[in-house]
Design a protein around this ligand. Sequence first.
Ligand SMILES: CC(C)(COP(=O)(O)OP(=O)(O)OC[C@H]1O[C@@H](n2cnc3c(N)ncnc32)[C@H](O)[C@@H]1OP(=O)(O)O)[C@@H](O)C(=O)NCCC(=O)NCCS
Length: 177
Amino acid sequence: MNRVRPALMADAPAIARIDVETWRASYAGILPDRYLVAMSESERRRLWTHEVAQHPGDIVVALDATSRVRGFGSCGATRDTALGFAGEVFTLYVAPDHQGSGMGRDLLLALFARLQRRKLGSALVWVLRANPSRFFYERLGGKQVGHRRIPFAGSQIDAVAYGWPDLAAVLKPQARI
Ligand SMILES: CC(C)(COP(=O)(O)OP(=O)(O)OC[C@H]1O[C@@H](n2cnc3c(N)ncnc32)[C@H](O)[C@@H]1OP(=O)(O)O)[C@@H](O)C(=O)NCCC(=O)NCCS
């Protein structure tokens, strides 16, 4: 089990680094190159500093054995209630050289636990259809519950939503997703 804890302001530089690194690794060939090239770690650092300050507890980080931040995720009330889910996982990223060691699962479960504590008993996540990481959400029990085209940097990109209607069931000690 990887250690997962709420993010601190001091984690913003590590979060920003992982954010930019995983976007470039995951979205090459999916999102326009010019957008990925233009991504700025310092801009992301400002954004994540603001996010951690504004939404303490809604952002979590995963630490490796040396207590360095290697992954992060964020959640909150859903931006679009039309699909009937209360909570939403907004971001979930594990540094490329730490993927496949259980951090993604531990982060997702920590975000679900956070949503449940906020009395948001169901959750969805939007993911680009072309992103193979969407099968991670299927492995973790998410069911496809919607799709849409997202305008992004001048293009239209297909996205699918995965939903978990009952977080309490997912978080029961015996449930292993
Ligand atoms: C998706 C992501 C968060 C998963 O984190 P991870 O630490 O690599 O995943 P875990 O090691 O916790 O995997 C948990 C389970 O899901 C499976 N899994 C992980 N990625 C998978 C994939 N792409 N397809 C199918 N199964 C996958 C694992 O094999 C594991 O299965 P197990 O229960 O049989 O052991 C991570 O790979 C990532 O950051 N990807 C790039 C960024 C991204 O696309 N994020 C999603 C944006 S919405």
